[in-house]
Ligand binder design. Structure first.
Ligand SMILES: Cc1cc2nc3c(=O)[nH]c(=O)nc-3n(C[C@H](O)[C@H](O)[C@H](O)COP(=O)(O)O)c2cc1C
Length: 309
């Protein structure tokens, strides 16, 4: 049999998402042919971030207003692929801006008719992002065949503190009382367990059964309380995005005041309101348990329905 050919198409600013795709493929390297293609903004985002620039990307990220990307190489566009691993992260509860830009670009037509496995690496909030990606993939007539999600399993507030240190100081390693930022090392390494099932389903032309097996192997952990927090968060982000954009486009001096206000309120929401909103979310969780458990099953799946989040 000819070796299956896999395209890893991804955007990963720090390399974390790329490392996940590497680990997923590590045990099947000699069984498949792999091409790697990063999605590259014409103007790259800098790491560490300046706080003003970090919060300034929120409105366009939430409204999916595309940035300019470098074109994909022709050799990739003209190649046949049996599978695409589409690696991305969430920014402000949405696919990162390079990813939503790509999905709206002409180059995204390479996904037409292709089998796609989405690979998400983020802090812990990916539901609305994946719904958005599902929708774009449907429009592009791609076949979503699986989803693998790795998140930081530290408690929410710890992961906020470490992600801040990572994004604004470029310090990922443990320091003081805080653990290392990002997805934990053993979770990263264990991603290699997904390689063989992916290969087997590819080789047997049974990709339709793959996602069930990935789920049984723990490819997605989803805490129902997060559904409530994401629903609340996305509503607020949409309002803030529109409010900031009234004053101008990316980095416009006129909108700096509003961006700063958003930054302050988000900080208050996370550090002061968060314990309170976790409490109200817990109460809501008890009241709506059955509905939320059904929603959780939906979010773990591949089907796309408008407006679940
Ligand atoms: C602008 C920005 C916004 C982010 N917003 C979120 C978010 O809403 N939810 C989340 O779980 N992680 C969020 N993150 C963290 C990322 O999910 C991710 O862990 C980190 O950026 C590493 O991804 P990379 O592989 O692209 O470097 C955000 C990161 C950036 C840079």
């Amino acid at each position: 049999m000819m070796k299956p050919r896999i395209l890893v198409l991804y955007y990963s600013q720090t390399g974390q998402v790329r490392q996940i795709t590497d680990n997923i493929l590590s045990d099947i390297q000699d069984k498949v042919i792999v091409d790697y293609t990063p999605i590259e903004p014409v103007v790259p985002y800098t790491l560490p971030w300046k706080a003003t620039e970090f919060f300034d990307v929120m409105p366009e990220t939430v409204q999916h207003l595309p940035i300019a990307l470098k074109p994909l190489p022709d050799a990739i566009k003209n190649q046949h692929y049996d599978l695409v691993l589409f690696g991305y992260t969430s920014w402000f509860l949405n696919p990162s801006l390079p990813i939503s830009s790509f999905l709206q670009s002409e180059d995204a037509s390479i996904l037409k008719g292709k089998n796609v496995i989405t690979v998400i690496g983020c802090r812990n909030m990916w539901l609305h992002g994946q719904e958005t990606v599902k929708k774009y993939l449907q429009t592009l007539q791609a076949n979503l065949a699986g989803n693998i999600v790795l998140t930081d399993s530290n408690p929410n507030l710890i992961s906020v503190l470490t992600v801040i240190r990572w994004m604004f100081k470029g310090k990922k390693e443990a320091s003081g009382l805080l653990p290392a930022a990002g997805i934990q090392e053993h979770d990263m390494k264990r991603a290699s367990r997904f390689g063989m099932p992916i290969y087997r389903h590819l080789a047997e032309y049974k990709l339709g059964d793959l996602h069930k097996e990935l789920l049984m192997m723990g490819a997605i952990h989803l805490k129902p309380a997060l559904i409530i927090l994401e629903r609340r968060g996305i509503k607020n982000f949409r309002k803030w995005a529109a409010y900031i954009r009234e004053k101008g486009g990316p980095n416009a001096p006129e909108r700096r005041g509003r961006v700063k206000l958003f930054q302050r309120l988000l900080t208050v929401a996370i550090f002061i309101l968060s314990p309170l909103s976790s409490l109200t979310a817990m109460i809501q969780l008890q009241l709506q348990k059955r509905g939320l458990l059904n929603d959780a099953e939906y979010f773990k799946g591949l089907e796309y329905k408008e407006g679940v989040i």
